[in-house]
Ligand binder design. Structure first.
Ligand code: NAP
Length: 464
């Protein structure tokens, strides 16, 4: 079957690739297993030098790489170039810190010496999504390679050019052939790879159904998984917040990446006292966004990645309206070539309507009115997801309650949820488990080996 690269702005096919055959997959798995045997012993400073080189390549080539991302999945070009820069940051972060993260940890016991050693596991399969086609892969690959593992990438089928470019970056950076390989395969080929004894673990960033499938196959094989799944992040605004800042940041947090981010703010829960003012400002700023060709520097919102995403989004908006939501702006597909959808704001959505706690993947915001902090927290937690959360208040008691009570992998007070190589990233509930980034991320795919050394005394000579 072909894997196609299609421009979401025009619907035109850019390139076609053939899926790997079973024989080619077999060769790549064997290469991964072979190279791991030597790569795992590479000194940390050598790995770090290669990772620094990968960072340089990303920075030098950021314009071309940015264009490739925008052409394949439609994110505005400024954001695509910034994504290449962020990948360079995560490479540098792990190049500089992995040695410290994975240094032996001495623990005093009754042994002569006891300590913990962190060892690589082997070839790890990474199943990745298209929405941040470079960042999602690099935030796995940089720590995995620095820890001495090798990577196998099954990228989303709509970003094959990005997938191949990432392998090329690691090759040009000097990593041994096979240390990071892209497998151009469909999702139906994943099960056999997970069942293969040479693949020791898997990480998946993507939707809940994909996560369930990969984790259950890996679970049967007793292989470790990390899951970074969907989100329906709350963005709560309380009366003491700086309202202008909350409105502007809220619009950005909802529409970043054309609204297709797992940690985009998706549900805006606003205190009743300031709700009307927030709604007015928010709708005004959503209307002012510039929709258009994502290759243009001034574009705020480009096309969604695939026609299917537009249809799914439109169906969710229709269901929300059917359950009583008011369309405050937008609400339909844009009548032009490509996968464009109007930036949309829905007010008065019924908290109990199924769509109100689903993940909405596109530039569609839902607003909820909360009569108290208790109600705001209740609405925020009324979802199966638990990825990020953002709460806006200058009241110290309210801040403490949000930090304590929001069911999420992160809480940002007076700020927009964003990933940062220095901070752990991940979710609770159906948003997944495990963590990426920071020290926690690099410890996911290592054998935490306990070493205990006793002293059995001098051996007695046999003949005295
Ligand atoms: P998706 O449909 O789940 O696809 C993600 C990856 O999984 C793709 O490589 C896809 O391959 C593969 N896949 C799909 N079904 C599979 C299965 N049954 N077995 C094995 N592999 C399978 O998700 P998406 O639409 O690309 O991405 C959007 C979702 O990702 C959203 O829910 C978003 O919130 C989530 N996401 C989460 C994070 C996070 O860090 N938590 C970050 C970004 C995105 P094919 O393309 O070949 O189908």
């Amino acid at each position: 079957m072909a894997i196609n690269s299609i421009d979401p702005s025009t619907g035109k096919t850019l390139k076609k690739f053939e899926e790997l055959t079973a024989t080619q997959i077999e060769e790549k798995l064997q290469l991964a297993a072979d190279v791991f045997r030597t790569y795992r012993h590479t000194p940390m400073n050598e790995r770090a030098a290669k990772m620094q080189r990968a960072a340089e390549i990303l920075e030098n080539d950021k314009q071309a790489l940015g264009k490739m991302m925008t052409a394949e999945m439609g994110k505005p070009i400024k954001a695509a170039i910034a994504e290449a820069e962020k990948c360079a940051w995560v490479c540098r972060y792990y190049a500089e810190n992995a040695q410290h993260h994975l240094a032996d940890q001495v623990i005093e016991t009754n042994a002569q010496k006891s300590y913990v050693r962190f060892e690589p596991l082997g070839p790890v399969l990474a199943v990745m999504p298209w929405n941040f086609p470079f960042w999602q892969v690099f935030r796995f690959a940089a720590p995995a390679l620095m820890a001495g593992n090798v990577g196998l990438l099954k990228h989303a089928s709509n970003v094959p050019q990005c997938a191949l470019a990432i392998e090329d970056i690691f090759t040009r950076a000097g990593f041994p052939k096979g240390a990071f390989q892209t497998l151009l395969i469909g999702s139906d080929a994943v099960e056999a790879i997970l069942n293969d004894r040479r693949v020791v673990a898997a990480t998946l960033t993507g939707s809940e159904p994909a996560g369930r499938s990969v984790a259950s196959i890996a679970g049967k094989q007793i292989k470790k998984t990390v899951l970074e799944l969907g989100g329906s992040d709350p963005f709560i605004v309380m009366p003491s917040a700086n309202l202008d800042e909350a409105v502007t940041t809220g619009v950005k947090a909802r529409t970043i990446n054309n609204g297709q981010s797992c940690i985009a703010a998706k549900r805006f829960i606003v205190a009743a006292e300031i709700y009307d003012e927030f709604e007015r400002g928010f709708v005004e700023e959503m209307r002012a966004l510039k929709i258009g060709d994502p290759m243009e520097e001034s574009t705020d919102i480009g096309p969604l990645a695939t026609p299917q995403i537009v249809n799914d989004l439109d169906e969710q908006v229709k269901r929300a309206v059917a359950s009583g939501a008011r369309v405050l702006t937008g609400g339909k597909k844009i009548d032009r070539a490509g996968n464009f959808y109007e930036p949309t704001v829905l007010g008065d959505l019924d908290v109990n309507a199924p769509v109100s706690c689903e993940e909405i993947f596109g530039p569609v915001a839902t607003l909820f009115r909360a009569s108290s902090i208790d109600e705001a927290i209740r609405i925020a937690n009324a979802t199966q997801f638990g990825l990020g959360s953002s709460a806006w208040t200058n009241d110290a008691n309210e801040q403490a309650r949000f930090i304590e009570e929001l069911e999420a992998g992160s809480v940002f007070i007076n700020g927009m949820v964003a990933s940062d190589p220095r901070l752990p990233f991940g979710g609770v509930k159906n948003s997944g488990y495990g963590r990426e980034l920071a020290e926690f991320g690099i410890r996911e795919f290592v054998n935490i080996k306990t070493v205990w050394i006793g002293n059995s005394g001098e051996r007695k000579a046999e003949t005295e």
